[in-house]
Design a protein around this ligand. Structure first.
Ligand SMILES: *Cc1c(COP(=O)(O)O)cnc(C)c1O
Length: 367
């Protein structure tokens, strides 16, 4: 997610700066859930994978174990691929679902539309994103129908895919019934259904339903399952429930620079997350932290939680003055979505620190 400032280069420390081992380490901040570190389960698996040698490019036992763990979790024989980040996962998955003259229907606030620098269009050689207006980041069957039928002439890209984000960029979660309704609309029009699950674990924790029920049993063809925001250092899994669609996906990854040669370090942490259940525990804790924060700030004059808290995000409406005072108290957060201040909670959120944030917000509001 973009910070408000347009920074194109990494900051450079001056040659004379003494870098202490702890430099750069912040107290917990809730600007994004990717400020957090690596969870112990993922770290332990990395450590174990680091003892000795293993074949490269995914021929290792860690990659096999991680792939099997996904098959077990989703209760189906899916095809699994490991890539470095979410932009690559989404872009390459979408590219595998369409030709260059096709269109991809998404919500206007979708990460693929607003935060991937045109990568979905680039990797699909020009497929056009067709963005539907949405207040909370969720698509509806009606919006899909409208975009899919608006233009049916040869001069406009032919809609071929729908992509939905679970949980959404504004912290909402689609119910399984909603996903099923979307997939029915897709089937009716011959559209594939892709799910951006950068925060799939948060959605799962919120719904309390099985990953299978939330995806392929509801008609999802391809899922990008987020690891980074769930406690990994790096890495997302692309999961094809419709295995035919995975044809040559390995070549697509390689060409895009997304085939890790030491693949075990992308896959082993997933073994740590999946085999221990940490993936769900992490999502649940992050969600609880968001709910905790929302409760702590109830009733503060001039501060309003502007979107229901389903997952691990809390969006606040407050005056610029209040937000500025909160910043002056050392808190970092972004306001790039509709002017609301966003707080994202990660797998390791310390609830006492959240209480401090709430108290500082209360003080900033003069309450
Ligand atoms: C974070 C995020 C991604 C992945 O972003 P990368 O920075 O490319 O890893 C994808 N989709 C959503 C909704 C996200 O929040």
């Amino acid at each position: 997610m973009p910070p408000n400032t347009a920074r194109r280069r990494y900051p450079r420390s001056s040659m004379s700066t003494v870098i202490s081992p702890s430099s750069g380490v912040l107290e917990q901040q809730y600007g994004s859930d990717n400020y957090a570190g690596i969870c112990p389960e993922a770290w332990a698996a990395m450590d174990e994978a680091n003892r000795g040698y293993a074949p490269s490019y995914g021929e290792d036992t860690w990659t096999e174990r991680a792939s099997d763990a996904f098959r077990k979790l989703f209760e189906t024989d899916c095809e699994v691929f490991f890539v470095f980040n979410g932009t690559a996962a989404n872009s390459l998955a979408l590219a595998s679902l369409c030709q260059s003259y096709h269109g991809v229907i998404c919500a206007d606030s979708a990460h693929v539309e607003t935060d991937e620098c045109g990568a979905p269009e680039f990797f699909s050689n020009g497929s056009k994103l067709l963005a539907a207006r949405s207040d909370d980041g969720r698509l509806t069957p009606d919006a899909i129908h409208e975009l899919a039928t608006k233009r049916q002439d040869i001069h406009f890209p032919k809609p071929r895919v729908v992509t939905i984000t679970q949980s959404t960029e504004t912290g909402r979660v689609y119910t399984t019934a909603e996903v099923k309704a979307i997939s029915a609309a897709c089937k009716e029009r011959g559209l594939w259904l892709h799910m951006d699950g950068a925060r799939f674990s948060n959605a799962c924790a919120h719904l309390g339903e099985s990953p299978a029920e939330m995806t392929w049993k509801s008609g999802v063809d391809v899922l990008c399952f987020g690891g980074t925001k769930n406690g990994l250092a790096v890495g997302e899994a692309v999961i094809f429930f419709n295995r035919k669609l995975a044809e040559d996906f390995d070549y697509r990854c390689k060409q895009a620079g997304q085939l890790a040669s030491k693949m075990r370090f992308l896959s082993a942490p997933w073994v740590g997350l999946l085999e221990t259940g940490a993936w769900l525990k992490n999502g649940r804790h992050a969600n609880e932290a968001a709910t905790h924060f929302a409760r702590q700030i109830e009733g503060i004059p001039g501060v309003r939680v502007s979107s229901p808290v389903d997952a691990n995000a809390v969006f606040l409406q407050a005056s610029d003055e209040i937000l500025e005072r909160l910043r002056q108290r050392g808190w970092r957060f972004y306001t790039f979505i509709g002017g609301a201040a966003r707080f994202m909670f990660a797998w390791d959120t310390d609830l006492r620190r959240v209480d401090k944030l709430a108290a500082d917000l209360r003080a900033s509001a003069g309450a």
